[in-house]
Ligand binder design. Structure first.
Ligand code: ADP
Ligand code: ADP
Length: 231
């Protein structure tokens, strides 16, 4: 895992008087799973996108293992951070296998290693590789697309996972399995995970700590599930 430090992080979208994220500071420890919960529109996705550099903050800074993210080149950042989102974000013109292979290929893995890894990742998310690897995203259900999105996020074995409601459309049995896989990745590989969910049971099950956010991502509470439940 890796530590993630947010220092006075702020984002103002052009044309919006109110910041979406206002002066947020937080430290996420290496190997820790932190859950973001909070009302829709409070800036959870914006925060994850800034950590991942899909959007630039308008103020403050982000450090991963002490290194300012603006100093990490794009390929190295993709290797460091796996990103899975509610809408899957799959590239529609690439097959399932090509989508999953993207970051490992960028990283320079050999073809056989990439092929094995794609298969392993499809197995992990419970999709039969023979059936699914050549399909295009539009040929999958919403839940299957999300599962491929999770497979893609994990493919290059990044130390950091940013997951924005990644299991929202997944059926309950598969979701349970994926939650268990995530716990295993955390325990065995010490991934640092930031996970957004509206599902309180999921938050309790997965979180080492839960950050309860209010408008503009102000932190109302940041504590263990036990402490949050007793407050
Ligand atoms: P959450 O993930 O907690 O639902 P978001 O980060 O998506 O919240 O959004 C935070 C705020 O920023 C909302 O008010 C939203 O409307 C606004 N917002 C999000 N993306 C954009 C954008 N690209 N341009 C302008 N405003 C945005
Ligand atoms: P571009 O240079 O075209 O903006 P990006 O690398 O910024 O490409 O990301 C393009 C898309 O890839 C994003 O919309 C997102 O869905 C997906 N993506 C972003 N970060 C990652 C990641 N770390 N791992 C896998 N997919 C990612």
């Amino acid at each position: 895992g890796a530590t993630i430090e947010l220092e006075n992080l702020t984002k103002r979208y052009p044309g919006h008087p109110e910041p979406a994220v206002d002066n947020v500071s937080m430290e996420i420890r290496a190997g820790e799973t932190v859950i973001f919960v909070g009302p829709s529109g409070c800036g959870k996705s914006t925060t994850l996108k800034m950590i991942n550099r899909l959007i630039e903050p308008t103020g403050g800074r982000i450090r991963i293992d002490g290194e300012d993210v603006t100093r990490i080149d794009p390929v190295r950042l993709r290797r460091k951070i796996g990103y899975a989102i509610q809408s899957s974000g799959l590239f529609p013109h690439l097959t399932v296998a090509q989508n999953i292979a993207l970051v490992p290929r960028m990283t320079g893995w050999s073809k056989p290693r990439v092929r094995d890894r794609v298969e392993e990742m499809l197995d992990l998310v419970g999709l039969d590789p023979g059936d699914f690897h050549g399909r295009y995203p539009r040929q999958l259900s919403g839940g299957q697309q999300q599962r491929v999105g999770v497979a893609r996020a994990l493919a290059a074995d990044p130390p950091v996972l940013l997951m924005d409601e990644p299991f929202g459309a997944v059926d309950p049995i598969t979701r349970d399995h994926l939650q268990d896989e995530l716990i295993r990745l955390q325990r065995e590989l010490h991934k640092t995970i930031v996970f957004v969910t509206h599902d309180f049971d999921e938050a309790i099950k997965l979180g080492d700590r839960i950050a309860v956010l209010r408008e503009r991502s102000h932190i109302a509470q940041f504590d263990t599930p036990e402490a949050i439940l007793t407050n």
